[in-house]
Design a protein around this ligand. Sequence first.
Ligand code: SF4
Length: 187
Amino acid sequence: MSSALQVHHLEPSSKVNGPGQRAVVWLQGCTLACPGCFNPLTHAPTGGASYAVDAVFQWVQSLPPDTAGLTISGGEPLQQLRPLIQLLQQVRASTTLSVILFTGYTWEEIQKMPGASALTSLVDVCITGRYQQASRLAHHLAGSANKTFHFLTHRYTPADFDQVEQAEIILAPDGEIRISGINPPVL
Ligand code: SF4
């Protein structure tokens, strides 16, 4: 039986959360409290919805065939490290999707976590560090200048991130309007 992930939102198709067309998993829950956080609705640990890891993986398997990869964001994904590793193990074993991980933890903090080596073996690019409002960057997917990029495989280079657009507006089939990206417009 798989464990569960608390999920804020699953987006099947985005072009602003990493190179190419990507699915995005925003995980729910974050205690890091960066001033100026762009997504405070993801902070409460009981917000969103709970899904079995297997159910999230079934969603991954249903993605359009031209999907280049999966982006994991939040919230703070590494506050659900064990089920996240379970999900990424299935993604690596059964798909060719690339994996990009956004986390507010620094690379040094991640190295001290139990499971760090398992995690980093399952991720292509890890973007790490707290959001710092005073050093905000509205491009490269960094969010703020202190964040560091870790290219853990040869799948992507820094130049691939230079190409990513800053924002997108998604009109969902149910009529909901969703805004995403590193520099989203205020509607
Ligand atoms: S780690 Fe991310 S979600 Fe958490 S407070 Fe900082 S910017 Fe917000």
